[in-house]
Design a protein around this ligand. Structure first.
Ligand code: AP5
Ligand code: MG
Length: 215
């Protein structure tokens, strides 16, 4: 089962991807997590990527495609995967389709978690993430058991460097247009499912119903 999660920054892609990944035992592939790790490295490519992240801009397609191609080669996707943060452009979506066709597979379902942009800034301001295992928390909506510590791996939780309010607003602004084009593209492919962004549990229930063929 090959799944994609779409949504603006803070829509809950990472949160839902982790839940799906655990319940259905599918690898969670998050291009944003990969870029953040690369941006920490003092390499020419890491420095370039950091510039885009800090400005709240999308990383150019060539890097995103290269990163995804490498990741898909490394992880076991024989049972499928959950993609979070890719595709971000229609071009990336088309390349992914070709990549999967070469492997005799395809995208089965695309979930678009639709949330009012105004609510996203508040969500991101309260987010704390674990750079080690990729889990994200919210100080109010989804707190860790022990403040500041990841429930899953015990590492310290941090604020993402691109989560300053000004950068968040830029990320949302920069992605709205392209996101609409991607949802249109998947709508035409007849694999798009729009999920109304309620609570974490409500969103997950909707996703599960769709996966299990109940909606
Ligand atoms: P990425 O890491 O993918 O960031 P993003 O799209 O900005 O999304 P976020 O991770 O901020 O939000 P999310 O939807 O995962 O929400 P979360 O579950 O954490 O990408 C970062 C950057 O990398 C991009 O800006 C771009 O530059 C680059 N990039 C990545 N992929 C790329 C690509 N393919 N091409 C080009 N560039 C690329 O939830 C947010 C918070 O809300 C958390 O605190 C959570 O606990 C809480 N929460 C979640 N759901 C709910 C709910 N239902 N109710 C209340 N609170 C909730
Ligand atoms: Mg995320």
């Amino acid at each position: 089962m090959n799944l994609i999660l779409l949504g603006l920054p803070g829509a809950g892609k990472g949160t839902q991807a982790k839940k799906i990944s655990q319940e259905y035992n599918l690898p969670h592939i998050a291009t944003g997590d990969i870029f953040r790790l690369l941006a920490e490295e003092e390499t020419p490519i890491g420095e370039k990527i950091k510039e885009f992240l800090d400005k709240g801009q999308l990383v150019p397609d060539e890097y995103a495609i290269m990163i995804l191609r490498e990741k898909i080669k490394k992880v076991d996707i024989s049972k499928g995967f959950v993609l979070d943060g890719y595709p971000r452009t229609v071009y990336q979506a088309k390349v992914l389709k070709e990549m999967l066709a070469e492997m005799d597979t395809q995208i089965d379902m695309v979930f678009y978690i639709e949330v009012d942009p105004e609510r996203l800034v508040e969500r991101i301001a309260g987010r704390r993430v674990c750079l080690n295992c990729g889990h994200s928390y919210h100080i109010k909506y989804n707190p860790p058991e022990q403040p500041g510590i990841c429930d899953y791996c015990g590492e310290e939780l941090i604020l993402r460097s691109d989560d300053r309010e000004e950068t968040v607003r830029k990320r949302i602004h920069n992605q709205l247009n392209e996101l609409n084009k991607i949802t249109d593209y998947f709508q035409e492919e007849k694999i798009l499912k729009v999920i109304n962004g309620g609570s974490i549990e409500e969103v997950y229930v909707e996703i599960k119903k769709a996966i299990e063929g109940e909606s």
